[in-house]
Design a protein around this ligand. Structure first.
Ligand SMILES: C[S@@+](CC[C@H](N)C(=O)[O-])C[C@H]1O[C@@H](n2cnc3c(N)ncnc32)[C@H](O)[C@@H]1O
Length: 264
């Protein structure tokens, strides 16, 4: 029946906000500091059900979303924030069938979101110059069962991108402006580019590089995320928030159009 747990489902187990695990439903007992549970007891129960441990504590079970998975991704560098990843997908106009190029891969979090957006008829070609980061990303992505991702090990500034034609490209890497001359080898005319840029100083370099290389409609935005505390009689913004992460610069590759013809 849909809406219930099945054997081998990967489930998100929640004791409280901090103590959460993703486990497969098998006949192996799952041990925690709060006692152990038999995950097989979930089979046939509605999603969101709870199991009682042998110490009398309750653990809630549900299916993890991609956003939940990001909390469990191993990473060697800063993982992209969800607010930025979601907007990057829109700015790239990611859709089923697209072939999206990416540098760098990092933990593979953004790669996973984009791989889901392009679907089985599309693909992500992701480039990373650190072998340890690439290994971790491959491991992370395998857990999600995504198979439409090609991992390329290279320095895109020195070696360029893998051969092919990209519908769009995302650069979330150090010195992304240095990779822009290489982007023209693979990005189709009319293709979108997005750069994730942490500091003001870097914005100018990236903007100049895009202009020099015939990108048009250059825009830069910053997204601020503020959670609302949902406490009875105290519904208000939380005192803590995600402050600065980075700027999103986007543009379209329009090499054949003269500047005057474009209204940016
Ligand atoms: C901030 S992380 C990317 C995070 C990623 N978007 C995620 O969701 O986890 C930047 C990555 O770019 C890689 N990188 C930096 N310069 C590079 C280059 N020239 N070529 C390829 N990868 C590069 C770094 O090794 C690092 O793993």
């Amino acid at each position: 029946m849909s809406g219930t747990f099945k054997e081998n489902d990967l489930v998100l187990l929640v004791y409280d906000k901090k103590r959460r695990w993703i486990k497969k439903i098998t006949d192996k007992a799952f041990h925690t500091n709060y006692g152990h549970v038999n995950l097989m007891e979930l089979i046939g129960l509605p999603l969101g059900s709870s199991l009682q441990t042998n110490k009398g504590k309750w653990i809630k079970a549900t299916l993890p979303t991609l956003l939940d998975w990001f909390d469990f991704f191993e990473h060697k560098s800063q993982i992209i924030y969800a607010k930025d990843a979601a907007m990057i997908s829109l700015l790239l106009d990611a859709k089923p069938g697209d072939k999206i190029y990416e540098a760098g891969t990092g933990s593979g979090a953004l790669t996973s979101l984009l791989a889901r957006a392009v679907g089985d008829s599309g693909s992500i070609v992701t480039h990373e110059n650190r072998d340890d980061a690439q290994k971790v990303a491959i491991k992370n992505v395998e857990k999600l069962g995504l198979t439409n991702i090609e991992f390329i090990s290279c320095n895109v500034i020195e070696d360029g991108f893998a051969e092919g034609e990209a519908d769009s490209i995302i650069l979330d890497m150090g010195d992304p402006w240095l990779a822009i001359p290489r982007v023209m080898d693979i990005l189709k005319i009319g293709g979108r580019i997005v750069l994730f840029i942490p500091t003001f100083q870097q914005l100018e370099k990236a903007h100049d590089a895009l202009e020099e290389n015939q990108f048009k409609g250059i825009r830069t935005i910053e997204l601020i995320e503020r959670e609302i505390q949902m406490k009875k009689h105290a519904y208000r913004p939380s005192t803590r928030m995600i402050g600065h992460t980075g700027y999103l610069m986007s543009a379209t590759y329009h090499p054949l159009v003269k500047d005057k013809e474009i209204v940016d």
